[in-house]
Design a protein around this ligand. Structure first.
Ligand code: MSP
Length: 641
């Protein structure tokens, strides 16, 4: 049977109200790598990503900002588009659920399902998670009626609703999965979906009357279509379901969805049931990856530990970041993101293994053969013998979406090449004229190992592959080389370029100091104080004053006793700033004083006011501190407002 070389891969479409983080970056980089890999294998590839722009949260966020939801999504969907540019994502299309092509497709499918009786009207009542926009079945609720996914309290909702008769197609879906064991990957997710399906699936409520920001139900505009029913359809809308049958039929039978494990029920139950009802083929594969935590914690805005991919790329470079995400965690498992682990990988795998192999090889070709790759009579070696096996193992791993495994195999090859240098000791051969042929054999083999390694890593690290390629004196783009041409022995005669360091080693001690500095300088995120009105603020009287005297208080490690001049009177104030200033530094400074605080006694001294400072605190203790001072001269006693 001739294998059909068509491959359509999709990311989930991202909620625009979230700030893009490493979780989103991960799904998209994994798809990008697969798309690039398949293109090199000669497949026709289509790679789709996009944004999910309807729903309660957007409506609420727009209301809070006083703008229309459309204006809001027009602006914030760009966060994702911009990130994909930074991450060198090679998507062919980007779909937004507010685009006309999408809205029309959703309405047409909804109308078709109503017409054939697979969508009907009823009343829905159930426990609903407002932030997640999903009803939660009673048997799946968390303790005290909370959402099992996010832990927040559920509310009872009752509304007239359209229902999708998905239950009707469940036996057909089970039969499909029984025949297609790789339709849900990895196996643990397949089992999860099968047992869920066998437990029975109720008809799904697919419209809301409580929400405005969504796609109206055709012919019944007080309902909008439920966000998930709307969102899933993007995969078909983007390839011309409605108006381009040729395009649709080319790609749809070859579709693969990559998703996080949290959204597999939507993709492996609801979506296939919808497709069966619509008479469309089911996805070839739905691949579910695990979740990233950060230093052992769940990422969340409130914890302030959300990792920004752009920051990581700026700090470590794009390809090391891509490499780390795909190499660190067995695909499908959860993973923990730690910058220290990323630095470890850069130093060992990238700088040491790959970087050194390139550097040593190029330097030897330069010194011993004037920068021209030699030929030799019998080029077969342990490396050339190993390569075909490496190639087929990488292919097998990639067919299972085992990115980490594929990278491990490629690095086995790189390590073998490094060992080959140690075994053959070219620097010794170079000193002995009679070993010239053997030296050529060694250099050619190392060159070939590098040339083929560059091709193998190209889908994962496209820029690095290109940099190696150029240094090796090869022309064009390694990504344009087709898999069929991954053959040993094309290198002889190439003129290499000057060796340049691919990945500078990171000095761990310096890195630790930098991170410490950064952490102490980190301003804690919320909780902020509750909002106050201007009338509350007006109750605080603050004035410009000058410090005229400063004395230590013998009983106190922290406090100074200060005399301050307000122009119209002098006061004594105690201030806990001893750790940051000498007495001489303070005398003469013009500061801002809160003048209407009730007097307090501190270490036996009555304090009549408070000096304003800004500080960075850690564990409740100030680590950095500065006085707030007027920017220009202004009479003492002037009021601050
Ligand atoms: N809009 C829906 C998807 C609709 S698809 C028809 C959605 N969006 S999302 O922005 O919340 O999530 C998109 C993807 O990011 C999901 O695959 C999700 O698993 C992934 N991730 C979000 N946080 C993640 C981690 N912390 N770690 C790994 N991936 C995570 O769901």
């Amino acid at each position: 049977m001739v294998q059909d070389k068509t491959f359509y891969i999709t990311t989930p479409i991202y909620y625009v109200n979230d700030v893009p983080h490493i979780g989103h970056a991960y799904t998209t980089i994994a798809c990008d790598t697969m798309a690039r890999y398949k293109r090199m294998q000669g497949y026709s590839v289509r790679f789709l990503t996009g944004t999910d722009e309807h729903g309660q949260k957007i409506q609420a966020a727009a209301e809070a900002k006083g703008i229309t939801p459309q204006a809001l999504v027009d602006k914030i969907h760009m966060n994702f588009k911009d990130l994909w540019r930074v991450l060198n994502i090679s998507n062919d299309d980007f779909i937004r659920t507010t685009e006309e092509r999408h809205i029309k497709t959703v309405q047409a499918m909804f109308a078709k399902l109503i017409a054939q009786g697979d969508i009907y009207k009823g009343t829905y009542s159930g426990y609903y998670c407002v932030p997640d926009e999903t009803y939660v079945p009673e048997n799946a609720m968390g303790p005290n009626k909370t959402c099992p996914d996010c832990g927040r309290p559920l509310t009872i909702m009752e509304e007239e609703s359209y229902f999708f008769r998905g239950s009707k197609y469940v036996p057909e879906l089970i039969a499909f999965y029984e025949e297609h064991l790789k339709a849900v990957m990895p196996r643990v997710r397949y089992n999860e979906i099968m047992s869920f399906l066998k437990g029975g699936v109720r008809d799904q409520s697919v419209s809301r009357t409580s929400l405005k920001w969504g796609i109206p139900v055709p012919g019944d505009e007080k309902h909008v279509i439920y966000v998930w029913f709307d969102a899933l359809i993007n995969y078909t809308a983007a390839i011309g379901y409605l108006d381009d049958p040729e395009m649709f039929n080319k790609w749809w039978p070859h579709v693969r969805h990559m998703v996080g494990k949290d959204i597999i029920r939507f993709h492996c139950v609801i979506w296939p049931l919808m497709l069966l009802a619509l008479g469309l083929p089911l996805p070839v594969e739905v691949i579910a990856h695990g979740w990233w935590t950060v230093d052992g914690d769940k990422m969340s805005k409130t914890k302030g530990n959300v990792v920004d991919p752009v920051k990581m790329v700026n700090r470590y470079g794009l390809d090391p970041f891509r490499y780390f995400l795909l190499r660190e965690v067995p695909f499908g498992n959860d993973g923990d993101f730690s910058e220290l682990a990323l630095v470890g990988r850069i130093n060992s795998d990238l700088a040491n293994d790959l970087g050194n192999l390139l550097n040593r090889t190029l330097q030897m070709i330069q010194s011993y053969r004037g920068g021209v790759v030699p030929s030799c009579v019998e080029p077969a070696s342990v490396l050339s013998g190993l390569f075909p096996e490496i190639l087929s193992r990488v292919d097998e791993a990639m067919n299972n979406y085992s990115y980490d495994e594929a990278l491990k195999i490629i690095w086995e090859f790189i390590s073998r090449a490094n060992k080959f240098i140690d075994e053959t000791m070219p620097w010794k051969l170079a000193k002995d004229e009679s070993q010239a042929e053997r030296l050529s054999f060694v250099l050619l083999n190392l060159y070939e190992a590098l040339r083929l390694s560059a091709l193998l890593i190209a889908p994962f690290m496209p820029d690095t592959a290109k940099r190696i390629w150029t240094q090796l004196g090869q022309s064009g783009d390694p990504l344009a080389v087709q898999y069929d041409a991954f053959r040993w022995g094309d290198g002889a005669g190439a003129n290499i370029q000057k060796a340049e360091v691919l990945f500078p080693r990171i000095d761990i001690e310096q890195w630790k100091k930098d991170r410490e500095m950064e952490n102490t300088a980190k301003i804690p995120e919320p909780p902020h104080e509750a909002e106050i009105g201007i009338e509350d603020f007006g109750k605080v009287e603050m004035r410009v004053a000058q410090i005229t005297k400063c004395e230590e208080i013998p009983k106190s490690k922290k406090l100074y006793k200060l005399e301050v001049d307000l122009g119209y009177e002098k006061r004594t104030v105690c201030s806990g700033i001893k750790a940051f200033f000498t007495t001489e530094e303070l005398v003469g400074k013009r500061i801002i004083l809160v003048t209407n605080l009730k007097p307090v006694k501190l270490c036996g001294v009555e304090s009549n006011g408070m000096i304003l400072c800004a500080s960075v605190k850690k564990d409740g203790k100030s680590e950095q501190l500065t006085l707030l001072m007027p920017e220009k001269d202004i009479p003492l006693g002037s009021r601050v407002s």
